[in-house]
Ligand binder design. Structure first.
Ligand SMILES: *[C@@H]1O[C@H](CO)[C@@H](O)[C@H](O)[C@H]1NC(C)=O
Ligand SMILES: *[C@@H]1O[C@H](CO)[C@@H](O)[C@H](O)[C@H]1NC(C)=O
Ligand SMILES: *[C@@H]1O[C@H](CO)[C@@H](O)[C@H](O)[C@H]1NC(C)=O
Ligand SMILES: [Zn+2]
Length: 504
């Protein structure tokens, strides 16, 4: 389908759109002291999972449901894949092929040559008629003794045959679902009119990169090692991936190619030869290595030079009443992804020739202290988390700088009263940061990411947190902080060269 028609067709306004996630989440905060355990103050323990996902699940499902008649939601290949009975999954595919052929031969069906050609193509992994010795099946179509020729086919397949059906069924399903999810995610943005949020995240990203560039230039350790130019260049290459029509095309094209290939194959046969055609599509469908432009699950990623965020953040940014909350939440996540580009483990350098040990030690030390103070289920601080921890901390600093630039003297003004507590814009920024990871279940670390409560409570490291909530120095939140961990900027560490160079 032509892309323009397609976009027009799918731009139906969805009215369930005005949901302000940040305001909704503010209504759920508890009466506890924010300086005691900020995460549990903002995100009380309770009967809910990841708050962002739960809040948007049904909204997004509605949008997807409205698209149920669209061509990509009605693929024949997917219907067939879903109808294959599980009992078939582990059957011997070679036997299935031989039996189909024998039956076709006995009917003297004219398509038996086509059948043998498809089988031959799968075995030779070649779309033309090239074959050698036992992979040459096409000539068997001339043999009229069906018992004999089926026996030959069986013998040939025992040399180099098919995978069990479960293999290609599962991989096709997985592949198709992946494309569909991406297509749906783009359609959520289009149908819900989230362009305002896209624009916002784009400008956050650009502004944060400008701030970061400026900090990098003034960073003592980078200056001492002469690497500020390299780091700045990397930072300036980063941008938010927001070319949705292109992303849509990148997912629709391969999906429809699979569908066409499948339909063409099945129409060659008078009886259903679905399994052969599925195996055929699985063999010749060209896997796209990077179709994930955007996600339907709540997430974000950085793959140089682009950052990507899920539709949730665009929806939040479109509908949040106050920019401070959007900056704390969507700004922090956008900043985190940018920060991934400029944070390295000094012991495992990848892109940069050097990285500040002191800066990373400070970050890890903060995570360790926060983890020990607030542990709920499990949390740990280890070297494999350096990249994520560093990205969290720098992302927060970048987002806060944007907040400071936007609000200036108005940061202490009241935004709203909740449970007779007056919430200022500066506080709203930090609430937004907590809402990014809100979860009613006890926090556990997930691989390279620290536990949600730790990721949130490390915000005490930023001096603005103490200011926003007027926390006492001996409060639990502040007790974990030694000093602000700055990776970049004029107050970042020196990290001088250990050895003089050859200038004797
Ligand atoms: C078909 O082939 C089998 C063995 O390969 C043989 O026993 C049989 O006689 C053949 N039938 C005819 C009709 O030629
Ligand atoms: C965390 O802190 C504890 C206690 O001070 C210390 O024993 C441990 O080595 C620290 N771990 C890391 C990874 O810094
Ligand atoms: C809310 O108001 C009540 C009654 O005026 C007061 O007792 C309570 O301390 C207030 N709570 C907060 C968090 O300010
Ligand atoms: Zn990350």
């Amino acid at each position: 389908m032509n892309l323009k028609t397609f976009i027009l067709l799918s731009t139906i306004f969805v009215s369930a759109n005005a949901f302000d996630f940040i305001k909704y989440s503010l209504g759920r905060i508890s009466q506890t002291d924010p300086c005691d355990d900020f995460y549990r103050h903002a995100c009380p323990l309770g009967e809910y999972g990841h708050l962002v996902s739960e809040a948007y699940d049904s909204l997004f499902k509605e949008v997807i449901y409205k698209q149920k008649d669209s061509s990509w939601e009605n693929l024949e290949i997917l219907k067939v894949l879903e109808e294959v009975h599980v009992s078939v999954f582990d059957e011997d595919m070679n036997e299935i092929i031989v039996n189909s052929f024998e039956e076709m031969c006995q009917r003297n069906a004219p398509e038996k040559a086509n059948f043998l050609l498809r089988v031959q193509q799968v075995l030779t992994k070649s779309l033309d008629t090239t074959c050698s010795q036992y992979t040459c099946l096409l000539p068997l179509a001339k043999d009229e003794n069906c018992t004999q020729v089926s026996e030959i086919l069986r013998r040939r397949l025992s040399h180099r045959g098919f995978e069990p059906p479960s293999m290609f069924i599962e991989s096709l399903k997985w592949e198709i679902e992946k494309y569909l999810k991406n297509i749906r995610a783009v359609n959520i943005i289009l149908d819900m009119n989230l362009q305002k949020g896209v624009k916002k995240l784009n400008s956050f990203t650009e502004e944060m990169i400008a701030v970061l560039s400026d900090w990098v230039k003034k960073t003592p350790w980078a200056n001492n090692h002469g690497v500020e130019g390299t780091i700045e260049q990397i930072a300036n290459e980063i941008h938010l991936e927001d070319n949705f029509p292109v992303q849509l095309a990148k997912n629709i094209e391969p999906l429809f190619k699979m569908e066409k290939m499948f339909l063409k194959c099945s129409r060659e046969f008078s009886k259903q030869e679905d399994l052969l055609c599925l195996a055929y599509v699985a063999e010749f469908n060209e896997l796209q290595s990077t179709p994930h432009a955007i996600f339907s699950e709540f997430s974000a990623m950085y793959r140089h030079p682009s950052t990507r965020v899920s539709s949730h953040l665009y929806a939040i940014a479109t509908n949040a009443e106050a920019e401070a909350g959007t900056l704390g939440m969507a700004g922090l996540i956008a900043g985190h992804e940018i920060a991934h580009g400029v944070i390295e483990d000094p012991k495992r350098l990848q892109l940069f020739p050097v990285f500040s040990n002191e800066a990373i030690e400070c970050v890890q030390n903060q995570y360790n202290k926060t983890c020990r103070e607030f542990v709920e289920e499990i949390c740990e601080t280890d070297e494999y988390q350096i990249d994520e921890n560093g990205a969290d901390m720098l992302g927060l600093q970048l987002a806060y700088q944007l907040f400071e630039n936007t609000y200036g003297d108005k940061k202490g003004f009241e935004y709203i009263k909740i449970h007779n507590r007056s919430i200022t814009y500066q506080q709203l920024f930090f609430y937004g940061a907590a809402f990014a990871n809100c979860d009613g279940r006890k926090s556990v670390g997930l691989g390279t990411h620290s536990a949600s409560n730790v990721r949130t409570n490390v915000i005490a490291n930023h001096p603005a947190f103490k200011e926003a909530f007027q926390c006492a120095s001996d409060s639990r939140m502040m007790s974990t902080v030694e000093k602000q961990c700055l990776v970049y900027g004029e107050k970042a560490p020196q990290t001088r060269k250990k050895f003089h160079q050859k200038n004797i």
